[in-house]
Design a protein around this ligand. Structure first.
Ligand code: DP6
Length: 366
């Protein structure tokens, strides 16, 4: 067991300011979304999770961000944000306040005038949260500037650890998108280098079959969700079941990681599904309470259970903070599961919309 108390990282660094010759340049990263198996729901202090979480990094659901910059004389953070080439002032406001909050970490932020061009591979209407892929792509761009112009972060591990830390400050789950495969966030007893401040790649401690897992994202409803994750996390402060939930998440991580190491599919599926339903149970038991599942979410869950019962195929589901189903299964049964989806599930989907994804290899510098 890792009993050494970790000190919080101090990343404030006044030396990361240009002394002369402020550059004009651009950096581009493509970064994936991720889907949690053990869920982060509840936070404290500055983006510190109340319990550790574990996720699959996705492959095809990604955000690409090109960050252009030139000298800035305004003396304050300045960024224009474009989503699919169209200026998006709602995101822009959020990004300005995020960048303002990290000026002590990257003092050069006030010296540069930015334009960010972002696009997602998944359709905007698919109801998929883009904060994990978007925030991780932005964090990577900022770390690339530090690396290129201040000659820091030249060691790959340090580069991604810092990017993960920065992404976490933008959106908690984003810190898990910095690595491919299976990634945790939050201190896990007995697992080295796990931290509340950044994500950790766990590929070495899981069976390789999980690194090729498939995720069919079944879009039940594409409307924007009515309760943001930020508000949902906040409601855990007064949820009467929260303490037990945080304790359970720690136990579930230990059980899940053991199952993933031993390729114990039964346990993997039961913890994964229980986590999804517990997340939604927390929403239903918050005050004010809310419900993000839709009738077809339940119909699909029942169809998945029937299929599993009849065929014995190891297919399970998880849910994000929304009504859509992530159908998870090993690569070896891909063809059969595709037939099942076409025959039994597509009719319950919004515009028959289904995204074919799988566990991916992490961000790419473009
Ligand atoms: C249900 O990472 O979106 O997807 O830190 O406030 O940006 P913020 O929250 P966010 O919450 C994600 C919640 C979740 C579970 C998970 O991804 O672990």
């Amino acid at each position: 067991m890792n009993m050494i108390e970790k000190k919080p990282l101090v990343l404030e660094n006044p030396s990361l300011a240009f002394k002369s010759d402020v550059p004009t340049d651009s950096v581009t990263w493509q970064s994936p979304s991720n889907i949690a198996l053990v869920k982060y729901w509840g936070k404290k202090d500055i983006q510190i999770p109340c319990n550790p979480s574990v996720s699959f990094t996705l492959s095809t659901s990604t955000t690409e961000t090109r960050l252009e910059f030139e000298p800035n004389t305004e003396g304050r953070v300045s960024i224009e944000f474009f989503l699919d080439k169209v200026r998006n002032e709602k995101f822009e406001t959020k990004i300005v306040s995020f960048l303002d909050s990290i000026v002590p970490i990257f003092p050069f932020l006030k010296q540069l005038k930015f334009k960010a061009y972002s696009s997602n591979t998944f359709p905007h209407s698919a109801g998929i949260a883009s904060s994990a892929s978007g925030m991780s792509a932005l964090a990577l761009c900022l770390c690339s500037i530090e690396k290129k112009y201040f000659n820091n972060l030249t060691i790959e591990n340090e580069f991604f650890e810092k990017a993960s830390y920065i992404a976490r400050l933008g959106s908690g789950s984003a810190c898990r998108s910095l690595y491919g495969g299976v990634v945790s966030w939050g201190e896990i007893a007995g697992v080295n280098n796990t931290s509340n401040e950044y994500g950790t790649c766990l590929n070495d401690v899981v069976h390789p079959d999980f690194l090729k897992f498939k995720d069919s994202i079944l879009i039940v409803d594409a409307a924007q969700k009515k309760v943001s994750s930020r508000v949902g996390h906040g409601l855990m402060n007064s949820n009467p079941f929260s303490m037990e939930r945080f304790r359970q998440a720690n136990t579930n991580i230990a059980t899940l990681l053991k199952a993933m190491k031993e390729n114990d599919m039964e346990t993997f599926m039961s913890i994964t599904e229980s986590e999804a339903l517990t997340l939604h149970a927390m929403m239903m038991t918050s005050m004010p309470y809310f419900l993000l599942m839709k009738p077809n979410t339940i119909t699909l869950i029942e169809k998945i259970w029937e299929y599993r019962q009849e065929t014995g195929n190891p297919v399970c589901f998880t849910l994000d903070a929304g009504p859509n189903i992530h159908l998870l299964y090993p690569e070896s049964i891909e063809n059969e599961v595709n037939k099942f989806i076409e025959a039994e599930l597509t009719k319950y989907l919004h515009d028959s919309c289904r995204l074919r994804d799988c566990v991916g290899s992490g961000p790419k510098n473009i």
